[in-house]
Design a protein around this ligand. Structure first.
Ligand SMILES: Nc1ncnc2c1ncn2[C@@H]1O[C@H](COP(=O)(O)OP(=O)(O)OP(=O)(O)O)[C@@H](O)[C@H]1O
Ligand SMILES: [Mg+2]
Length: 423
């Protein structure tokens, strides 16, 4: 048998080390590709990106292929080095060759290519994808065998290999990405993106106008003529009811009442009731993203929020829902809450009916929003007794002083926003 010349063996060794570097670098490159950029490039027809994306759809197979290749060339390189050492130095050279090869592979075939690939993943990964796509097809049976055996070993050890491959981004991760990308979407646009994500965490109950503030028309009220009451109403869509808002019969659009008048008709309870449309009833815990779609589907602009017994809790409008995304439409958010009045000493005098969420947003407070919806409710929850004017309590670290009470409810209270104490 002819001996392979030492020069050829050395050449083969160099090629094997280069191949090893390719496997290591491309592994890092493919694994550190930015998935979102990748998807974007693939969608815009970048061929390398498409191939990489297809490979990454089954990371277990890709890694199996790369490890197979990498280990094969490393072990072959070690054999070649052993043969070379035997020839040049005799048996004593084997350990020297192993030591040298370890150093060379570590530096030239591991650390250097991996660092390079981590710095420029796309430049490494896209060309590599052209190589791996046909190679995977060719070696697929082998890769499959390796993976199956490896999974078998894992199962023997009581590990479920399928559990580890759960992919995709959780909502929380998406929020983090959006927060980090905020510099790309400065100001209002960034806040809108986060607002859309928040829609599913906020329910109609959180943003509704409470029942006591719904402006409607009582058809049974005969004290003031209907037309006069209708004229005084500042809203476009108004619930019609008989005696109590729980007996709502429909939602009247003021435009329809105006048309009735222009046609020479008369504003009577029967005429208005005939013009009204059936109200949209919304369960209290409906998240805003679902409600937005429902408004879209039903072409309604307002709905009545009901609890499980069908009792009306409040009114929610499309405008209030959209404000959760884009912020207040009509006024400057800071100090725009009509129920909060700024004082000279920096405190706020707030009406008991003010919404906790609006106070948080408008005054920059951090009152708890998972409990009562109004300041009154919050104070009552903390006091556990009938409120007395002059009482001071600490809610979420904010000193709150009760100023006026009425019918066992807090009418006004003073909040000191900046003197928040750490609890
Ligand atoms: N009948 C009502 N009673 C109490 N508040 C209402 C009523 N209708 C609307 N609102 C509130 O008024 C604000 C404005 O809502 P919206 O723009 O839908 O009403 P509008 O101005 O009367 O209607 P439009 O703008 O279509 O003429 C929202 O905060 C909404 O919750
Ligand atoms: Mg309006």
């Amino acid at each position: 048998m002819n001996e392979v010349p030492a020069g050829a063996l050395f050449g083969a060794l160099v090629v094997l080390i280069l191949l090893s570097g390719f496997f290591s670098g491309s592994e890092t490159g493919l694994m550190t590709l930015n998935r979102y950029r990748l998807r974007h490039l693939a969608r815009h027809g970048h061929r390398g990106a498409r191939l990489a994306q297809a490979l990454l759809r089954r990371p277990d197979r890709l890694i199996g292929l790369i490890l197979l290749g990498n280990n094969f060339v490393n072990i072959l390189a070690s054999s070649v080095a052993t043969v070379l050492a035997l020839r040049l130095l005799g048996e004593a050279g084997i350990a020297v060759a192993a030591g040298l090869l370890t150093l060379v592979i570590l530096i030239l075939a591991e650390v250097a290519p991996k660092t390079l690939a981590a710095l420029h993943p796309e430049r490494v990964a896209f060309p590599a994808a052209y190589v791996y796509t046909p190679l995977l097809r060719l070696l697929y049976p082998l890769v499959w065998l390796v993976n199956t055996l490896a999974n078998g070993v894992l199962r023997l050890l009581g590990v479920d290999p399928a559990a580890a491959s759960a992919e995709g981004m959780s909502r929380e991760e998406l929020r983090t990405v959006l927060h980090e990308a905020a510099s790309m979407f400065p100001g209002a646009r960034g806040r809108m993106l986060l607002g859309i994500l928040d829609l599913e965490r906020v329910t109609v109950e959180d943003i509704m106008i409470p029942r006591t503030e719904i402006v409607g028309l009582d058809l049974e009220d005969t004290e003031t003529p209907l037309a006069e009451r209708l004229r005084a109403i500042p809203y476009t869509r108004i619930p019609l009811y008989r005696g109590s808002i729980d007996e709502v019969t429909g939602i009247l659009h003021v435009r329809d009442a105006m048309r009735l008048l222009l046609d020479g008709g008369e504003i009577t309870p029967e005429a208005l009731a005939a013009l009204a449309r059936p109200p949209l009833f919304i369960p209290e815990h409906t998240p805003l993203n679902r409600q937005l779609l429902q408004f879209q589907g039903t072409r309604e602009r307002v709905g009545l929020v009901v609890d499980e017994y069908g009792e009306i809790l409040g009114l929610v409008s499309m405008e209030d829902l959209l404000e959760e995304i884009v912020g207040e439409f009509t006024t400057d958010p800071l100090g725009s809450i009509p129920e909060a009045h700024p004082q000279e000493d920096g405190s706020w005098v707030v009406e008991g009916g003010a919404s906790v969420r609006e106070l948080n947003r408008g005054l920059g407070l951090h009152l708890p929003t998972d409990g009562p919806k109004t300041l009154n409710g919050l104070v009552l929850e903390h006091l556990e007794q009938i409120p007395e004017p002059g009482t001071s309590i600490l809610i979420a670290g904010y000193p709150v002083e009760i100023l006026q009470t009425q019918d066992n409810m807090v009418k006004t209270a003073r909040i000191y926003p900046r003197r928040r104490r750490r609890e």
